[in-house]
Design a protein around this ligand. Structure first.
Ligand code: UDX
Length: 439
């Protein structure tokens, strides 16, 4: 099938590369010429395991192309994926200007049947707006051409995006007409050889499904984070509580890890957008309001623990930070707890040395020349003469450090463990002061 993907961000690029991998002819469009230049020259603008390989092999096979030419992109695919950004507006609602611009571009240029597929995370009702935007452009040029608008939300996780796309748990498709349904079934047939993963529904339900999934996951995390704070006060261990409740199949083990708050491009933005959708529809989402509030507070829990140990004024103190990305296996720092934490420490007069396995360039971009912050490309060097180590991201390489060396390098053997990577009893036995979350 000939497919156009509009937008080469995380979702667009992974979608384009994986659909090409399945043998389709794919053209990816972006308005950013720099991004397209990098891709055309064989580079990949994001860090995502496995993505560079499938991009390279599909470009070499002539199945994957990149362009900034909108005319070419619209003419190319029968399927037109819209995978552009939907950043939060000032009031938290999703900003649809890029989605609607993409729709208008299609309406202005299409000369034959197209299926327009909303892949971006968009509020309920967006497909109707996309349909209307295309209709308006067609009528402006007195053209009568059939088209379908389909919702096909993406559930991929950064760090395992290629795997998630190639082996999805489910493929949610919201479509209201037969022609659209038939094309979507054909498109996803190769991804579900063993069993049927297609969950077919109406467009509005599909749009809401994406938000519901992310909001549910964020709720689980905020719930556990809040219980962790209570566990600390009551002398209980949240890790044991997690194991105790996770064994109930109705609850399950996933996404019950207490920590220093969730970040990323999806949870914070989608929780906000769903709350806003609720307000617009006259339905207050009280649970989600609390989920957001709890997470904002959780991003400051490490600072609170540090101040409790070292005092409110941190002038003259020096801290080592492990982990800048919002989660492992990505260099993405959007809404990362590290930003809040490092900002707080610097504001209180401390100096910080930070290390992340891949997010250094991104950190340079985010922090600029922040006074008092040094980004060091060595997991051990960063520890030298620090008053404490603060673990912010659960990278695998942080799990089993050489504690003897760690103790020698730190000025004082203090570890703030924002992701509960270490056993409290073991660290105590090794002579560390250990401050985990909820234990
Ligand atoms: C998420 C959804 O998982 C994905 O389905 C959707 O398409 C996009 O949003 P992603 O943003 O890549 O994916 O990150 P995810 O792996 O879900 O982690 C989000 C955050 O939650 C991270 O900061 C992580 O550290 C935190 N987290 C996760 C916890 O604090 N506790 C947990 O138990 C799990």
């Amino acid at each position: 099938m000939k497919i156009t993907v509009v937008g080469t961000g995380y979702v667009g690029l992974v979608t384009g590369a994986c659909l090409a991998e399945m043998g389709n002819d794919v053209l990816c469009l972006d308005v950013n010429p720099e991004k397209i230049r990098v891709l055309q020259e064989g580079g990949v603008p994001i860090h995502e395991p496995g993505l560079d390989k499938i991009i390279a092999s599909n470009v070499a096979a002539g199945r994957l192309h990149f362009t900034t030419d909108i005319d070419q992109a619209v003419a190319f695919g029968t399927a037109q994926f819209i995978a552009v950004g939907t950043p939060p507006d000032e009031d938290g609602s999703a900003d649809l200007q890029y989605v609607l611009e993409a729709a208008k571009n299609i309406g202005r240029r299409m000369n034959e049947y197209k299926v327009v597929i909303d892949k971006s995370t968009v509020p309920v009702g967006t497909a109707d707006k996309v349909r209307a935007a295309i209709a308006e452009e067609l009528s402006a040029r007195c053209a009568v051409i059939d088209y379908s608008v389909v919702s096909n939300p993406e559930f991929l996780k950064e760090g395992s995006a290629v795997d998630d796309f190639m082996k999805p748990d489910r493929i949610v498709v919201g479509a209201d007409d037969e022609r659209g349904i038939t094309l979507m079934k054909a498109l996803y047939a190769p991804f579900q050889r063993n069993h049927d993963k297609l969950v077919l529904m109406d467009v509005r339900s599909a749009e809401l499904t994406k938000y519901a999934a992310n909001a549910m996951l964020a709720t689980r995390i905020s719930f556990m984070n809040e219980l962790a704070l209570l566990a600390e006060k009551l002398g209980a261990d949240i890790e044991l509580v997690r194991r105790g409740i996770g064994s109930d199949p109705r609850i399950g083990y996933h996404f019950l890890y207490a920590g220093c708050g969730y970040g990323g491009s999806c949870f914070p933005k989608d929780v906000k957008a769903l709350i806003r959708s609720g307000e617009e529809a006259g339905q207050t989402l009280r649970v989600l309001q609390s989920v957001e509030e709890a997470n904002d507070a959780q991003k400051r829990v490490l600072t609170e623990k540090i101040c409790k140990r070292f005092g409110e004024d941190l002038k003259g103190r020096h801290f080592a930070v492990w982990g800048l990305a919002f989660k492992p296996n990505t260099d993405d720092m959007r809404e990362a707890t590290s930003r809040v934490l490092i900002g707080d420490l610097l504001a209180r007069g401390a100096t910080v040395a930070a290390y992340d396995p891949v997010a250094h360039e991104e950190a340079h971009r985010v922090f600029g020349d922040a006074q008092g912050l040094e980004l060091i490309r060595s997991q051990t060097d960063v520890l030298r003469k620090a008053d404490a180590l603060i673990v912010v991201t659960e990278w695998k390489e942080f799990r089993c450090p050489d504690f003897v060396e760690l103790k020698q390098l730190l000025r004082t053997p203090v570890v703030f463990d924002g992701r509960n990577l270490y056993e409290p009893s073991e660290l105590r036995a090794l002579g560390f002061e250990h401050y985990p979350i909820g234990r």
